[in-house]
Design a protein around this ligand. Structure first.
Ligand SMILES: Nc1ncnc2c1ncn2[C@@H]1O[C@H](COP(=O)(O)OP(=O)(O)OP(=O)(O)O)[C@@H](O)[C@H]1O
Ligand SMILES: O=P(O)(O)OC[C@@]1(O)O[C@H](CO)[C@@H](O)[C@@H]1O
Length: 319
């Protein structure tokens, strides 16, 4: 089974606006809400595509009740850990071209007992052969080394551990020797302290993270697809740039696809990119149904063109 753990889940509220102007009052032309947080999105994508998954998450307050109801509506299986503080609400302001401006709330402060209960809930569920995907920011009250400790619990049970986080939570998690990590370009740069502008830079930065404990590194590159870097080599997969409706949660869909296909090797990378590409065709944090059309669009290469510039970086260069 694939278990996800999201220490800081959210309700994602999307407000569609015609054009965002700083300092102005905006009237939403449409709005919707989804149950979210990175690991929750992974479980939702797996469930929507018929892959067995359980989401472990802290739930508190009226927002926690609402999140549970939204998960029930999507048929997502979850194991709630009751906490005193309310689940956060993250807001996205989305413009017609798909560009989203996002404000993520801090989330609740977890007590020491609540943190122990969260880890305990996972420890009870995990069994040999499972994958555990731990994702997202750590709420207040949870130490930077939390994901490393979680990795130890997972490995002791004979299961494998995937980590998708950022900043000090990601850096701290490397000590637990996660089997796979899934940074995007900014998270990769932040983890190695170096700017990344070409495919070659991605490979060398990801290789540095292998040296710091990661078993493999799946780097999401936005419209350039994704790179998988392991001790055995590097592979690139891409399905061609599309006009995105929303890229929120695309990285979560990518990771869901990768783990659903076994969590290692080039074929899992190709499946991951099919899921990531399908995701950008959905609004807000909605999760996609993956079809053979998405799979056929993926081009896999075992010789990534190292001098190729990253499109998202090139787009930001001064003219
Ligand atoms: N414009 C695009 N065209 C085609 N595919 C895209 C585009 N943007 C993203 N993708 C697909 O989605 C995957 C994940 O995207 P991205 O790199 O933006 O993830 P992310 O920053 O981790 O996202 P998030 O944190 O919001 O989940 C990419 O690896 C790619 O397969
Ligand atoms: O604040 P975190 O935990 O880093 O990220 C949370 C979040 O931005 O990630 C998901 C997209 O990946 C969203 O659904 C959610 O709002």
């Amino acid at each position: 089974m694939i278990i996800t753990l999201t220490p800081n889940p959210s309700i994602d509220r999307t407000l569609v606006v015609t054009r965002l102007v700083r300092g102005h009052v905006h009237r939403a032309t449409a709005e919707h809400e989804e149950p979210s947080g990175k690991g929750v999105n992974v479980s939702r994508a797996l469930t929507r595509n018929g892959v067995d998954s359980t989401a472990v998450l802290p739930l508190g307050g009226d927002e926690g009740l609402k999140l549970a109801r939204l998960l029930d509506e999507e048929g997502v299986r979850y194991r709630p850990v009751r906490i005193a503080g309310p689940v956060r609400v993250n807001v996205s302001l989305t413009e017609p071209d798909g560009l989203a401006t996002k404000v993520n709330s801090l989330g609740p402060l977890l007590s020491a007992a609540e943190v122990v209960a969260l880890t305990g809930a996972l420890a009870e569920l995990v069994a040999a052969g499972d994958w555990v995907v731990a994702s997202g920011s750590l709420p207040r009250g949870v130490e930077d080394g939390y994901y490393a400790g979680l990795a130890e619990v997972v490995h002791a049970a004979g299961a494998r551990f995937a980590l998708d986080s950022s900043g000090s939570a990601l850096r701290g998690g490397l000590a637990g020797r996660p089997d796979v990590i899934k940074p995007n370009i900014e998270e990769l740069e932040e983890a190695v302290g170096q700017r990344v502008t070409t495919v070659g830079d991605v490979v060398s930065s990801a290789t540095a993270l292998l040296g710091r404990g990661a078993g493999s590194v799946l780097v999401s590159l936005g419209s350039d697809g994704a790179l998988l870097v392991t001790a055995d080599g590097a592979w690139h997969a891409q399905a061609g740039a599309v006009e995105p409706k929303s890229t929120i949660g695309a990285g979560d869909a990518l990771l869901a696809g990768f783990i659903s296909a076994g969590g290692h090797g080039p074929q899992a990378l190709a499946e991951a990119v099919a899921w990531g590409t399908a995701s950008v065709g959905e609004e807000g944090s909605r999760v996609p149904v993956i079809t053979d059309r998405h799979r056929r669009a993926v081009v896999l290469s075992d010789e990534p063109g190292r001098n190729s510039p990253l499109s998202e970086r090139a787009a930001r260069q001064p003219a």
